[in-house]
Design a protein around this ligand. Structure first.
Ligand SMILES: NC(=O)c1ccc[n+]([C@@H]2O[C@H](COP(=O)([O-])OP(=O)(O)OC[C@H]3O[C@@H](n4cnc5c(N)ncnc54)[C@H](O)[C@@H]3O)[C@@H](O)[C@H]2O)c1
Length: 251
């Protein structure tokens, strides 16, 4: 893994799960990290874990669906640490588990506003700071960026949008030294997954694990490894949606 001393990383949704693991790994590689989340306590906990390990991090409160807050978060990153080399747009929600007839417009709007609009807003501000200097952006998509998911139409639509935003922006900014990619996980052991498993009948957890050819769902650290590698090391990867799913999409 690349030495990231002197580099600056911003991770949204870093108060837990994949985002926290990613922020911690950036810090371990030597980067200064801005931990962004709309939950202050969770974000501050990530900062504490990083600083306890000797890393450098600070918290930015931000709801990624709100333009002013996103602008302030990116401004804070540059003001605090002097630049922006890596940005990981990871914040996302997956609350929906509805029968088709029960699809709710409110739920669609909420999911799209965080998962898709959030990535749009973050990239817009991040690219503005990276122009002329270069940088690398990793958006967190999903297996659902490539496939429909029964009972999750809005989530799947939002994650398809993440891929569309990623590819289009990547094409536009590749020649300016800004690499933009997406990492697309299958099931990962986080709060989102716990919520989803909680709504399944008895034995559902095992079924989800067995549905992955590898026979288990991922640890957040396994996804973080991929994200940080794509951000810092994958120098010829542009506009790619990298599936990391224990073999799910291979079948
Ligand atoms: N866990 C999985 O199985 C899985 C699979 C594929 C993709 N993903 C994606 O990975 C990303 C991270 O999810 P996770 O599994 O780590 O879940 P998580 O719930 O553990 O972490 C998500 C974090 O995002 C934050 N967040 C949510 N909405 C926000 C907003 N509007 N503004 C700022 N922060 C916000 C939450 O507070 C939380 O800290 C999401 O985009 C999710 O869709 C997860």
């Amino acid at each position: 893994m690349k030495d990231m001393q002197g580099k600056v990383a911003l991770v949204t949704g870093a108060g837990g799960g994949i985002g926290r693991a990613t922020a911690k790994l950036f810090a371990k590689q030597g980067a200064k990290v801005v931990v962004a989340d709309y939950l202050a306590e969770a974000g501050e906990e990530t900062v504490s874990q990083i600083t306890a390990d000797g890393g450098t991090a600070s918290f930015a409160s931000c709801d990624v669906s709100v333009p002013d807050q996103v602008a302030a978060m990116v401004r804070y990153t540059v003001d605090t640490y002097g630049g922006l080399d890596y940005a990981v747009n990871n914040a996302g929600i997956d609350p929906e588990f509805a029968l088709e007839a029960d699809w709710s417009l409110d739920s669609f709007d909420r999911i799209m506003s965080i998962n898709a609009r959030g990535v749009f807003l973050c990239m817009k501000e991040e690219i503005a700071r990276m122009k002329g200097k270069g940088g690398s952006i990793v958006n967190v998509g999903s297996f659902a960026s490539f496939a429909g998911v029964p009972n999750k139409p809005s989530y799947s639509a939002s994650k398809h949008a993440v891929l569309g935003l990623t590819r289009s922006a990547a094409l536009q900014y590749a020649r300016e030294g800004i690499r933009i990619n997406a990492v697309c996980p299958g099931g990962v052991k986080t709060a989102i997954m716990a919520d989803n498993l909680g709504s399944l009948p008895e034995g559902g957890e095992d079924l989800v694990a067995q549905n992955h050819p590898i026979g288990r769902i991922a640890e957040p650290e396994e996804i973080a490894e991929t994200i940080v590698w794509v951000a810092g090391s994958a120098s010829y990867m542009v506009g790619h949606g990298l599936i990391v799913d224990g073999g799910l999409a291979a079948g």
